[in-house]
Design a protein around this ligand. Sequence first.
Ligand SMILES: [Mg+2]
Length: 373
Amino acid sequence: MTNQNVVISDAKLGFSMEIMVSLYDSAALFPQAVPKPLSALGGGGGGAPIIWTKPSFKKFETAAVGGGRINAWVDSMRASSPTRRSSDNEENKSWILNHPSALSKFEEIMNVSKGKQIVMFLDYDGTLSPIVEDPDRAFISSEMREAIKDVAHHFPTAIVTGRCKAKVYNFVKLSELYYAGSHGMDIQGPIKGHKCRKSNQTVLCQPAREFLPMIGEVYKILLEKTKSIPGAKVENNKFCLSVHFRCVEEKKWAELAEKVKSVLKDYPRLKLTQGRKVLEIRPTIKWDKGNALEFLLESLGYANTNDVLPVYIGDDRTDEDAFKVLRKRGHGFGILVSKIPKETNASYTLQEPSEVMCFLKRLVEWKSLSLQR
Ligand SMILES: [Mg+2]
């Protein structure tokens, strides 16, 4: 008798499990040590005994594509793109206890804001708009637009997004906002005047300007390289690129990551990061959504003061840079949009864009009431 460890995985269900199989004749059953489907491994009929061990998500991918480093990337792609609620109630409870709903704690947040200028920072995809299959159709509702407009009437408000600034402006269509596109590498002030605005210049900050030709070149190469993968979509965000995999079958994720990484081998001044259902290609300069937040606060005249309460709402890993800045400053709140427990530096949570809209509306009501007092 021999024992063999076998990894069983199901891409659709998103699980992986390692089992040990005791065999009397392994050569006959596993001539090439190929993992068998669960049903073939002792599903009755006097087969070999199965010993279950703990689930192992790290072993999800086998060596079919790319080796260990690509496997780690695919694990990471999966972790940053969860699609299901955790079935672990204890995990959910503990997470919600540590990151309560910004709606249920609304009064608490407003109490902290007394005597301070609230400044709103809003991510776009998955925060104001739902995550949709076609990123070019991530529209916001007119009700959401109205809520943002009302918020911007009372508080300086910025959209901070990985997208191209012009594209997100076309979605939002509000000229009174600040827009920080390309993960904050392309910042523009309101076209309409704002009472908190100190400068008449339209473009405020483009720290990665020298990378423009390189980004354009890599965009063309990525379009060519990824066209064989159904559902993959490359988006040019001006100072960075996105490779969306929200429409790519999970079994193709490793191949996609491999192709993107192979292109970047020739461009050491670009780096690869991940967002929600998206791979991001960005310049290696140290500038992210957290820097954009700090830059905007400084532009508004709130660099070294406690008289401000920045509130940042976002849904993915790139927003964590801004949440971290708020934690470090010791004032202001990060609000993570998620239905699923995630490791985060945010203080509060909202479940989905509809809750973000409720929060924005309550903020406006609260401000209107406080002005009447
Ligand atoms: Mg987002």
